[in-house]
Design a protein around this ligand. Structure first.
Ligand SMILES: [Zn+2]
Length: 79
């Protein structure tokens, strides 16, 4: 009975909207650039041989599926 996931990164969480990685010290969702940079770093670790452009494109595509970011101006109208 625990299928809550972070609305920013998709990580399983106990409750609430966001995991500890996605919020600042006050519990507010981090801004897009902070989150994007962190997730690009995660993705780059998973795919160490992938070019930076591909890693960033994959991260953008992933964030576009997240409730917290899918309508974000940095993801919408970027085509
Ligand atoms: Zn998260």
């Amino acid at each position: 009975m625990n299928d809550v996931s972070c609305e920013s990164c998709g990580m399983p969480i106990e409750s609430g909207h966001y995991c500890d990685y996605c919020v600042d010290a006050d519990g507010n969702l981090q801004d897009f650039d902070t989150r994007f940079a962190t997730m690009v770093a995660w993705q780059a670790r998973r795919s160490p041989d992938a070019p930076r452009e591909q890693v960033e494109a994959e991260t953008r595509a992933y964030l576009a599926t997240m409730p917290a970011w899918r309508n974000h101006p940095r993801l919408v109208g970027n085509a």
